[in-house]
Design a protein around this ligand. Structure first.
Ligand code: DAH
Length: 350
């Protein structure tokens, strides 16, 4: 009996030693990596506890379950100690991280770069100032406009091929994102007695995008309704405002054109600011940049608004604001406008 007892006694002692050694090394670990290494060393697949199990091959069969049970208890005990220490180290690491990443909210900030007025705003403001000196007042219309005011009231009936001139974003059967600012005066004409001089301005939308077109851009519109209005009144007004706006150095020209809501109609061009008329990619080698359209208000537009075209005449013109900014500041690409990049914007001051 004593012969059998002896090896068991040694085995128990060795196991006790192994357990205490493991508990101690878990306890003494100061880093999670160190703790992990100790876990592998004692509890890993090829760890010391598994090694120990192999030693049990010498134990008589009937004693093995008892040893198995004991080993399991020790394993559970070690795992629980490991988990305890791991939680403690995790908390310690988190505390250290919180300490080292502390933000002092009382420190002064590095400062945010300030924005400036957008060239579209600058052009709108300046143009408005020039036009108001001529007695025009500002009227706003909705950006989501009815089919009626955007097209019908401007002598563009449904299925008319002129609707294809402007690729439209439709909201539903009756509403569109306005494709131009001309509806500002088609609305006004319907519910205000002439004579009047009005302006409209704001965003317009078209399914269009390249070096000289944006799907979302801005227009400036003017309309005058009075008795005996002629094409020379229109040309005189446009020539004056364009000269006031761009200065004397720039040339303008009127090209006969077609718009359903004006008759006669013309397009207004200015000399290209990039090549000064020689021809470049911005002006498509023509030397000119189109800034908008104009004309005498069509009699059908008066009759749509129930205003007598015998008694009243009028002119209207609409300019693209980005186009005007391109010419005024020599901006080479219309796509710079919607980017809101401060490196671009700060060049225009104000
Ligand atoms: N609404 C036209 C467009 O966006 C431009 C235009 C042409 C406006 C003639 C006018 C005008 O007031 O008379 O293409």
């Amino acid at each position: 009996m004593s012969q059998i007892k002896d090896p068991h006694h040694n085995l128990s002692q060795a196991l006790e030693q192994l357990k205490n050694q493991a508990l101690e090394s878990f306890q003494n670990s100061t880093q999670r990596q160190e703790l992990y290494d100790q876990k592998v060393r004692f509890l890993g697949k090829q760890g010391l506890l598994t090694d120990f199990m192999k030693k049990l091959s010498g134990v008589p069969k009937e004693e093995r379950p008892k040893w198995g049970q004991l080993l399991n208890q020790i394993k559970v005990q070690l795992e629980s100690r490991h988990a305890e220490v791991e939680t403690k180290l995790q908390k310690k690491e988190l505390d250290q991280k919180i300490q080292s990443e502390k933000i002092d909210v009382t420190l002064p900030s590095a400062g945010e770069p300030l924005g400036t007025s957008h060239p579209v705003t600058l052009v709108t403001r300046e143009f408005f100032q020039i036009m108001s000196r001529l007695g025009y007042s500002l009227n706003m219309g909705p950006c989501i406009e009815s089919d009626h005011y955007n097209f019908q009231a401007l002598n563009i009936p449904q299925h008319h091929p002129a609707r294809d001139m402007q690729d439209t974003f439709f909201v539903d059967d009756n509403l569109v994102l306005r494709t131009h600012t001309s509806p500002v005066w088609s609305r006004y004409l319907e519910s205000n007695k002439p004579p009047f001089r009005i302006l409209g301005t704001g965003p317009v939308f078209r399914c269009d995008s390249d070096i000289s077109h944006l799907p979302h851009f801005h227009q400036f519109e003017a309309a005058l309704v009075d008795r005996k209005v002629s094409m020379s009144d229109l040309k005189g007004t446009i020539s004056f405002v364009v000269r006031e706006f761009f200065g004397q150095g720039l040339q303008t020209r009127f090209r006969p054109s077609f718009f359903p809501f004006t008759e006669p109609s013309a397009e207004v061009d200015c000399t290209c600011p990039i090549c000064h008329g020689k021809g470049c990619s911005l002006c498509k080698q023509s030397g000119w940049i189109e800034i908008g359209g104009c004309g005498l208000i069509h009699p059908n537009v008066f009759s749509e608004a129930k205003v007598s075209s015998e008694e009243w005449q009028g002119f209207a013109f609409g300019f693209g604001i980005e186009r005007m900014a391109i010419i005024k500041y020599g901006i080479p690409d219309i796509r710079l406008f919607p980017e809101n990049d401060l490196r671009f914007l700060t060049q225009f001051g104000a």
